[in-house]
Design a protein around this ligand. Structure first.
Ligand code: DAH
Length: 346
């Protein structure tokens, strides 16, 4: 074969590549076409070196140079087109993926803590700021902790005040968080200053009672603790919960585990004490039970009642929530009706 002939063939290949490239419109197309052209067995350029053998020796160097030239020419063409297409493709992708940051966001629906949880958190915060620690009691208790150790022995009439769910003759669902007092006094030495929030259970069911409800127990044991300390603490508590103008009043009452025992009323935060529907015309609303810890209870827990005295209180969390948020049926606290719950966000 003559060099001329080959040179002509090279020129043809070159123009054919030019024509083919004019048809290609993407970097992927360039990638595939480049592979085909450069293939060492079948590629138009890749296989050119195979022709070398058909030439006379003196012509080979010249031919090799020509082939290299055309290969470099093709590479440069492919590279340039590849860069051009890639840039176009990236621009198109960015345009397609563009986000309109000026669109208004979808409104997130905000969740609410349950009113009981809100009240519980508020009470914990108030007593926490007075230095109380939290004790978490057990929902399943023994008869001893729930009753006997709280000076409510078997056959004591006070047992009838609380209709109890017994699990067995010994075990029961606690009817009062007061059971936790005993665990604390058995395991800690005075000074003791705890609150204990939790669920309690009684077989009771009407507009203001539910078989399961929540209480917050309070217990302070130290030297020289008196009913005055109780009143001082509760004054702070009710002002924070019901408003600065709220006053307290202690009325004599009876609980087996306290002596003396009191019922704590607050001045009606709706009418300010004049008398309204909420306070049933009395100007006062009963909010909790409390008292000085009965010596018998202290002694039963191994605390010397000649050295130490204590005070205790039991707050009904549901009751406070109902009063505070104007809920007149305790069932509303358990129905999970969002129309009610969404209104309470303290
Ligand atoms: N445990 C009482 C109840 O459930 C409430 C109570 C009253 C708790 C007086 C106390 C207290 O600690 O001193 O009815």
């Amino acid at each position: 074969m003559e060099l001329n002939e080959l040179n002509e063939k090279l020129a043809q290949i070159q123009s054919q590549i030019e024509n083919n490239l004019a048809e290609i419109k993407s970097s992927k197309g360039i990638f595939e076409y480049r592979k085909k052209v450069m293939d060492s067995k079948e590629g138009k350029i890749g296989s050119l070196m195979k022709e070398m053998g058909k030439l006379q020796k003196e012509q080979r160097a010249e031919y090799g140079k020509r082939v290299n030239e055309i290969r470099n020419w093709a590479q440069a063409k492919f590279d340039a087109l590849d860069a051009k297409f890639k840039e176009q493709e990236q621009k198109a992708r960015y345009a397609a993926e563009a986000i309109d940051v000026t669109l208004p966001a979808k409104k997130l629906k905000k969740g609410y803590l349950h009113p009981n949880t809100q009240v519980k958190n508020q009470i914990v915060d108030i007593f926490g700021s007075m230095g109380f620690q939290i004790y978490e009691g057990n929902e399943i208790e023994t008869d001893y902790y729930n009753f006997t150790a709280l000076n409510i022995p078997q056959d004591h009439p006070a047992r009838d005040m609380q209709d109890t769910f017994y699990l067995s003759p010994e075990f029961l669902l606690r009817t009062q968080t007061s059971a936790g007092q005993i665990h604390v006094m058995e395991s800690q030495k005075p000074p003791i200053k705890i609150i204990s929030p939790g669920k309690v259970f009684r077989s009771d069911d009407d507009a203001t009672h539910s078989p399961m409800f929540s209480q917050m127990e309070g217990l302070v044991v130290d030297k020289g603790i008196t009913l005055c300390d109780l009143q001082g603490m509760l004054d702070v508590f009710v002002k924070k919960i019901f408003g600065e103008d709220t006053r307290t009043r202690l009325r004599p009452s009876y609980f087996p585990f306290t002596e003396p025992s009191v019922e704590v009323d607050v001045s009606c935060f709706q009418c300010g004490g004049k008398g309204c529907k909420l306070c049933k015309g009395t100007g006062w609303i009963e909010v909790l039970g409390a008292g000085v810890v009965n010596r018998k209870v202290l002694e039963g827990c191994g605390i010397d009642s000649n050295v130490y005295s204590g005070l205790a209180f039991g707050i009904g969390i549901d009751r406070i929530a109902m009063l505070k948020y104007g809920i007149n049926n305790i069932k509303m606290l358990f129905e999970s009706d969002l129309r009610v719950l969404e209104q309470i966000d303290d």
